[in-house]
Design a protein around this ligand. Structure first.
Ligand SMILES: Cc1cc2nc3c(=O)[nH]c(=O)nc-3n(C[C@H](O)[C@H](O)[C@H](O)COP(=O)(O)OP(=O)(O)OC[C@H]3O[C@@H](n4cnc5c(N)ncnc54)[C@H](O)[C@@H]3O)c2cc1C
Ligand code: FES
Length: 280
């Protein structure tokens, strides 16, 4: 039996600084052993533990899509010990990846549905994975309309800028990129908070699911908008980022009531969350 605590060794293939403040970097990782890549089967919404020798492990959402072969990607925000150390590593360095962990967005249920993706700030990582996954030519016919509302405080904080621009040019995905404010005279997208833009664009709730990830304040003010648009709680999906240790439902570090966020989540419907103690 495989030891669930043992990470796969991976090489940092490249590092992209995503944001103007240099606090978010995307790490493209390549498995040292091809058989490990074959075992690392994931779906958008799942996460993995990134381990740095002598520093520790951190849970990070998988930003790549399973349709992207030969590598996996993670976008890491520099906040503390391990993420700071990771930010100082270089292409060619070796780290560990343990996973994939947790559940994913409910891809079977989403088939035949319109999907509204709402993201804020640097919590767009597994949403990037989801968009790439749905836009894959083989997958695109399985989903209805795709609407994306993605906001950041100012343009320099948006992740994946080249991909956002490419998606903006497509006619099989409706992009609503927004910033809280900007002094850039060439800014060609929306200005306004995510809840207001969601309300203005008013994606239809009929036969639709909404996936929302972002800062708690953004989620708090967007949920009433979704309710007003007619999305019931079982069709609003979110992902929680609680403190974790083992990532596999053993240590008891991440539980909310009876649910282990690492194992039963991190993806929950609003309907499910409303039955849990408000400890997240
Ligand atoms: C399922 C899941 C998915 C995640 N996905 C991503 C991702 O895609 N990109 C990303 O950058 N981060 C993500 N996170 C958050 C990430 O795990 C933490 O930022 C990281 O563990 C911090 O470790 P550190 O050693 O750098 O900081 P520490 O030195 O441990 O802590 C520094 C500061 O960060 C805070 N912090 C630590 N852990 C968390 C946490 N889990 N949530 C909120 N604040 C925390 C601490 O309270 C402290 O203020 C995710 C977390 C979970 C549980
Ligand atoms: S992190 Fe150990 S039980 Fe969830």
């Amino acid at each position: 039996m495989n030891n669930p605590y043992l990470p796969y060794p991976v090489r940092i293939e490249s590092i992209v600084t995503e944001s103007e403040d240099r606090n978010q970097k995307t790490f493209k990782l390549v498995f040292l052993n091809p058989e490990d890549e074959a075992k690392f089967k994931y779906m958008p919404g799942q996460f993995a533990e990134l381990s740095v020798a002598g520093q520790g492990e951190i849970p990070i959402g998988i930003a790549s899509s399973p349709t992207e072969k030969g590598f996996i990607k993670f976008t890491v925000n520099k906040v503390g010990k391990v993420s700071r150390y990771l930010h100082n590593m270089k292409a060619g360095d070796i780290i560990g990846v343990r996973g994939p962990l947790g559940n994913s967005y409910p891809w079977e249920t989403l088939q035949g549905k319109n999907v509204v993706i709402i993201g804020g700030g640097f919590a767009f990582t597994t949403l990037r994975s989801s968009i790439i996954y749905m836009l894959e030519p083989e997958n695109r016919p399985k989903y209805g309309n795709i609407d994306v509302v993605y906001g950041a405080r100012f343009p320099g904080l948006l992740l994946y800028k080249d991909e956002l621009a490419a998606w903006e040019r497509r006619d099989d995905i409706n992009m609503h990129i927004t910033v809280d404010g900007t002094t850039d005279p060439n800014w060609k997208y929306n200005v306004g908070f995510v809840p207001a833009v969601t309300k203005a664009k008013a994606p239809s709730a009929e036969n639709s699911y909404a996936i929302i990830c972002g800062p708690p304040i953004m989620i708090k003010f967007t949920l009433p908008v979704l309710t007003e648009l007619g999305f019931p709680p079982d069709r609003i999906i979110s992902s929680l980022e609680l403190r974790m240790k083992c990532g596999i439902g053993i240590c008891g570090r991440c539980n909310i009531g009876t649910e282990y966020v690492c194992k039963d989540g991190p993806v929950f419907t609003l309907e499910k969350l409303s039955t849990l103690p408000n400890e997240y």
